[in-house]
Each structure stands twice: as C-alpha cells, then as structure tokens.
Design a protein around this ligand. Structure first.
Ligand code: SF4
Ligand code: SF4
Length: 192
C-alpha cells in the first residue's frame, strides 16, 4: 500500500468518525426548512403564464375590421399529421364569390392534436394560431372538439403578453363553469 492510498483511507476514516455526510445531509434538510416555500398556489392565487413560443389551444384570428382571416383553403387540415382539423368552406352572402370564401365549419379534435404547430405554419393568412391557453381539461368527450365559434373568441393571453412568469389570478364564475383568470393589469407587454 503506497502513501497516497494510506492518506486517502485516513481521510475517509476521519469523515466517518465525525459523520461528515450525515451533517451535510442534515444541513440541506434544515436549509429547506427555513427557505422560502416554492409551492405554487394554483389556481386560487397564482397562474403561470407560458412563454410566448408556447403552443397551446388554437384560436382563429380576425382582421382590424373584425372579418375572419380564414379563407377556408384547407391547407391547415392537409398539413396536420393527425388529420384532426376539419374545414368545410362556404361563400358568404355578400355575393362577391369565391374571394369572400369563409369557413362554415372549422373544428379541431384536441384529443388527437399533437400541438406541433404545422397548421399555423401552413396557414397563408395567419388565421389559425396556437395560443397560450393550456387549461383544456374537460369531463366529456364532446368538449374536446373545439369549433370555429369558440375559437374566434380572443384568448385572455394576447400574443404580446410576456410569458414565463407567475401572475396573480382570480376565480370567475361563468355559465360554462368556474374559470381561472390571470390578472394582467400590471403585466409587461411588448410589441410584436
Ligand atoms: S398542432 Fe399539429 S396536430 Fe394539432 S391541429 Fe395543428 S397540425 Fe394538427
Ligand atoms: S385556418 Fe388558414 S390554412 Fe386553415 S383553412 Fe383557414 S386560411 Fe386555410
């Protein structure tokens, strides 16, 4: 046995005698006891705002005049790897023909959706976007299919709201049930 091995063993022996590892472990445990709690009080007090690149529930955009941007070209449904988007086109009653084509039906089956974002990449008018709404849990299968009428309602988290943070939240009673609303009054916005 050379001197180096002997020195190493002596060090190990001293560590065992003075319970170094035990003291180190205990100090970590005690440290957690006095540190600030990181429990997220969701949904009663806080809500997490996802990053801007987050891909959550879809929404359908309108232009500045409130007209739907979707021209029912079906490119999103063709690009979708799981074929979970259904688009049925129709012409509106303006009489201006195919130029005013809109979607009669636009629906997405969230059970089959991969949130890959191919649909928004394929959309020529930026009509379909994946938003930052992530509370899509439901108790019946019918609610997993989201239709054009629901998707045209703007989401609470606009695209220019910064993400990756916790904000205050409040519970709001709506005809559809209780919803968690983030309090974005003092939250940072940025231009797109
Ligand atoms: S995110 Fe992907 S899987 Fe989901 S609807 Fe769009 S293309 Fe289809
Ligand atoms: S959402 Fe976009 S890609 Fe899909 S049908 Fe409408 S315009 Fe076409």
């Amino acid at each position: 046995m050379n001197g180096r091995t002997k020195g190493f063993n002596l060090l190990e022996l001293i560590k065992k005698v003075v319970f170094t590892d035990f003291v180190k472990g205990l100090s970590i445990t005690l440290g957690y006891n006095v540190s600030r709690s990181i429990t997220q009080r969701y949904p009663d007090e806080e809500k997490w705002i996802p990053y801007r690149r987050w891909r959550g529930l879809h929404y359908l955009n309108r232009d500045a005049e409130g007209r739907e941007l979707c021209v029912a070209c079906e490119l999103c449904s063709k690009a979708c790897p799981t074929q979970c988007i259904t688009v049925v086109p129709m012409e509106d009653d303006s009489g201006r023909g195919i130029a005013d084509r809109v979607a009669k039906v636009w629906k997405v089956d969230l059970v089959r959706c991969l949130y890959c974002g191919y649909c928004e990449d394929a959309c020529p008018t930026r009509a379909v976007r994946l938003g930052r709404e992530y509370e899509t849990a439901c108790t019946d299968l019918a609610s997993t299919v989201r239709r054009r009428e629901e998707l045209l309602v703007p989401q609470a988290l606009a695209e220019n709201i910064e993400g990756g943070v916790l904000v205050k939240s409040r519970l709001v009673r709506t005809p559809e049930g209780i919803k968690v609303e983030p309090d974005l009054r003092r939250h940072k916005k940025r231009s797109l």
